[in-house]
Ligand binder design. Sequence first.
Ligand SMILES: CC(=O)SCCNC(=O)CCNC(=O)[C@H](O)C(C)(C)COP(=O)(O)OP(=O)(O)OC[C@H]1O[C@@H](n2cnc3c(N)ncnc32)[C@H](O)[C@@H]1OP(=O)(O)O
Length: 394
Amino acid sequence: MPTASTEEQLLGLPVDQRFAALPEGDVDPGTYPGIYGVFPLTLAIPGPEAGLRQVPCAGLTWVGVHPDHRRRGVLTAMLRHHFEQVHAQPGTHVSALHASEPAIYGRHGYGLASLELEVSLSRGTTLAAPGLDEAAASVTTRMSTVTEPDVPARMRECDLAYAELGAVVGEQGYYERVCQQLPESLRGREPSRVLFARRDGADVGFVAFRRTDKWEHARPNGTLEVWGLCGAPATRLALLRRVLDFDLVSTVKVRSVGADDPLLLWAGGPRATGGIQTYDSLWVRLVDLPEALTERAWSATCDVVLDVADRAAPWNEGRWRVRADASGSATVERTTDDADLRLPVELLGAAYLGGTNLLGLAHAGLVAEQRPGAARELWRALRSDVTPTAAVGF
Ligand SMILES: CC(=O)SCCNC(=O)CCNC(=O)[C@H](O)C(C)(C)COP(=O)(O)OP(=O)(O)OC[C@H]1O[C@@H](n2cnc3c(N)ncnc32)[C@H](O)[C@@H]1OP(=O)(O)O
């Protein structure tokens, strides 16, 4: 049983974003059948002139259905409620989550938009990046502990300033939450530390990590797990070089590494690491399809009619004409014209950040092309120059 109070465990989840399904009929009136919460986030999506736009995003979290009520549609009803809430909220057009299991959320319109790697490195691994050495050398690092009062705000400032495509950034309360050190998560280990990268007297990034002490055969065999890394590439290089050189540590595990992160290039390729695991990262759901699609920038012209299936948010169902122009802007309007592509809304969520290849999905038989070439046309307009990075957990 957790020793922390409910309020401590819910730190950072705004009170008006905590929801519970009410018991009905012959059930225990003292137990909620289901709960969920929403972290208000920003999500970095493709923006004008090959830049980024950080847009509001509802971060679905804390989803749970009581074992006495499972498989009776409670989750389905809660998600419908969530979509109606977001639909009614001006300015927020997408929802996103990290899934506990990959089979749950596709049927509710969430598509897998980014991947994350967990990369293991041995202490002393050389990271080679000659073009960045000078900039990396100009960074100094300073160690803090996450419980120091100014750390959450400093981490948030860095995340906002250096967000990459696909990154999410929470409000201040979210950062207080990730910096909270509850006894059950510590379990005798040291609290998380943060090395801030500094240049000209200002924070330009950070690496957040926790070390686990271990000795084997009279030799130090500790592990250092990186759970947050932020900054321009040269800053991240400097920070990673620093954590690869900690005393008493033999293995450095870097979590939430984007699929195209330079770390693998710096290390010398996958076999230069101690191992790489690949996981699904952010699942994205277009709650307001036309607003979400017009909010992002487009990378090529297109004119396609989509026939979208969306049972859980029926206002998105049906045919939409999507026209993107050479300036990167798009219009999305209702139409009665014949469809060029038929697809479920989750595949638009998957392609929303520009990293999931819609043409590949058509080849895989998941998108039905009615007009030859329409999948390629839409994909070329949606794709981004860089692969979306992994999103931090929430
Ligand atoms: C964003 C987050 O917070 S992730 C955390 C999610 N929470 C958890 O994993 C906690 C443990 N699990 C649970 O609390 C519940 O089992 C939940 C939330 C996963 C599902 O809740 P339920 O109320 O049972 O789901 P519901 O009855 O609405 O099921 C909807 C559909 O999803 C399917 N489904 C539900 N859970 C799963 C699963 N784990 N794997 C595959 N399919 C699933 C159901 O079979 C059903 O399919 P159908 O429409 O074809 O009949």
